[in-house]
Design a protein around this ligand. Sequence first.
Ligand SMILES: [Zn+2]
Length: 361
Amino acid sequence: MSTVVLQRLSMLSLTVKQLGSLPCLSTSLPTLPSLPSLPTPKPTVSASDVPSLFREPYILSGYRPMGQAWKCYFLSTFQWHNELMNVWTHLLAAPVLLLRCWALLSGNGRTLLDVSALPLALYLLSTLTYLACSVAAHLLQSHSELAHYSLFFLDYVGVAVYQYGCALAHYFYCSDAAWRDIGVGAVFLPGAALLAWLSCTCCCFAKAHYRRPYPLRRKICQLIPTSLAFLLDVSPVVHRLVTGNWEQDSALPFHAGQVAFFLLAAFFFSHPFPECFLSGHCDIIGHAHQVFHLFLVLCTMCQLEALFKDFVAQREVILEVHGEGLIAGAGVSFFVLVLCCLATAVWMHRTVQKQLKMRQP
Ligand SMILES: [Zn+2]
């Protein structure tokens, strides 16, 4: 049976070859344009082969060389290097979050056409923003020193936008009257917007100003506004966790989850663990920044579940409690914050560009 098939295939191949050799056909048949070949990313190099700006403590290998075509960095999504997991953790999180949100919405038979759902929509937009900015930064930063700085400025914009998206959702869906009455409620939204912008600005400044080996001042400059923003943004949730009824309030375990995962993420963000004990063994998989990404995604997943439960529970009274004007105003403030953060990042990009030009021989 297989011999017969092989014979027929060889006859067919011969016939095709004969047809192609006929002068009338070879001249009249249009030739297919040859496809442009994709560039191949260069092999990764060790830490000593890249400028100190790109080196991470205890990560000894897996660095992508600078100066390749942009396409090579996009294609490095499928190459083994020390940023690969940082890219994929956030790249996969975006569709997972969207699918979960779609399932939650369709499960409740509700649409996002009401003003009361605006904070939820802005929260979702903020999560997608931080995930997209992070993917862009980790995937493309090795192109040049200017790209490294500029893309991490963009990453900080994403973090600030996410902070404010969380603050809006926490305020409108998760806060209870007792928390709003203690006075924090009155300054919460302007305070959250200011601290989000300060976080972005201080992180950009610290990134641009300090050189390796980084002094402690750099960490302080980054952590103080970011920690203050977190403490303020999470305060309505913490109040609920402390005073709420855990047997009746099904959102509380998810809120506890988002706080716990965030604290774990913060630990791995600020400590190079486990690579400080396993130098060179966690270069591709297992270093602290990847673990930080994973816990941040888990925090976001828990947060989405909790927010959605609170949104469904509070929906009938959200407009009555807060008023349509305040919700619409908060929506406008979200986009003002995005513009302020972007303007800061562009200004810092220009400052670094000038510094790098001055350093050139
Ligand atoms: Zn990251």
